[in-house]
Design a protein around this ligand. Structure first.
Ligand SMILES: Nc1ncnc2c1ncn2[C@@H]1O[C@H](COP(=O)(O)OP(=O)(O)OP(=O)(O)O)[C@@H](O)[C@H]1O
Ligand SMILES: [Mg+2]
Length: 238
């Protein structure tokens, strides 16, 4: 399997939303929210994007405090975390403004229960007006709507959708190595079995590639695959 980020619809929607944040008109707020179920490719899409836009990406954690999260942002910016939060906020603001470095916070669900954490992030945005993008699970959209001061600053929302057949075809084209191809009927069976979840589709494509290699196939069909699961224990194929 090739280690490639396939340009599926959710990846393109993430890029378009970021472009809109970056090129927004005067007065339009610049916070974005990306949300969707586990395994739909949120982290992958954002990791791909943040590299291209000289962004700073941190992952919130279950027990984060303002100081641990700010410290991680400072580290990502290449400095040593400082003992005072106010000093770290100043440093981050300076770096974000001077070099126009957008901030991406993955697993942002962990910020929702702690108003201080959210306010620290809002301070960074208000002082710089450089885009800030939060990435989280389904519940984040609902929970953030009760944090009005934050909610009102969000101008771009991306809800990740399950992969459709076109997306799975794009993934197969990008990721299967050695010129191996998979028939559309087989990819449709994989899409259904994985309920459109990118993590499970990737696992299934790796299994398809394995079957192709073991049997010296250029094209893997539904017939070759049979009715075996894509994920979990498979019977040995002769
Ligand atoms: N566009 C893509 N191209 C190639 N592989 C992808 C893509 N999107 C997702 N994947 C694969 O699916 C796996 C799961 O994706 P990812 O970790 O980005 O999902 P997530 O939505 O962040 O899930 P979670 O909510 O559990 O953090 C990745 O490790 C990667 O292998
Ligand atoms: Mg993730």
């Amino acid at each position: 399997m090739k280690a490639i980020v396939a340009p599926v619809k959710n990846v393109i929607a993430t890029q378009n939303a970021f472009d809109s944040l970056y090129n927004r008109s005067y007065g339009v707020p610049g916070i974005g929210l990306i949300h969707g179920p586990t395994g739909f490719g949120k982290t992958t899409s954002v990791a791909y994007l943040f590299n291209q836009v000289n962004g700073v990406l941190v992952r919130a954690r279950a027990n984060d405090t303002s100081s641990s999260l700010l410290g991680r942002i400072v580290s990502e910016l290449g400095a040593q975390p400082m003992s005072r939060n106010a000093r770290m906020v100043d440093y981050i603001i300076e770096q974000m403004s001077m070099y126009e470095r957008p901030l991406f916070i993955d697993e942002a669900d962990y910020l929702m229960g702690d108003i201080k954490l959210l306010e620290s992030i809002r301070d960074l945005y208000d002082a710089t007006e450089v885009p800030v993008v939060l990435i989280g699970m389904d519940q984040i959209a609902k929970r953030i709507s009760s944090r009005k001061q934050f909610f009102n600053r969000i101008s771009e929302w991306v809800e990740f959708r399950p992969a459709d057949l076109d997306d799975v075809i794009v993934m197969a084209d990008c990721m299967l190595a050695g010129g191996i191809r998979a028939e559309a009927e087989l990819l449709e069976q994989l899409r259904q079995a994985a309920c459109g979840e990118m993590r499970r589709i990737t696992i299934g494509l790796a299994q398809i590639e394995k079957l192709a290699r073991a049997n010296d196939l250029d094209v893997v069909t539904l017939e070759h695959w049979g009715d075996q699961p894509f994920h979990g224990l498979r019977r040995q194929v002769a």
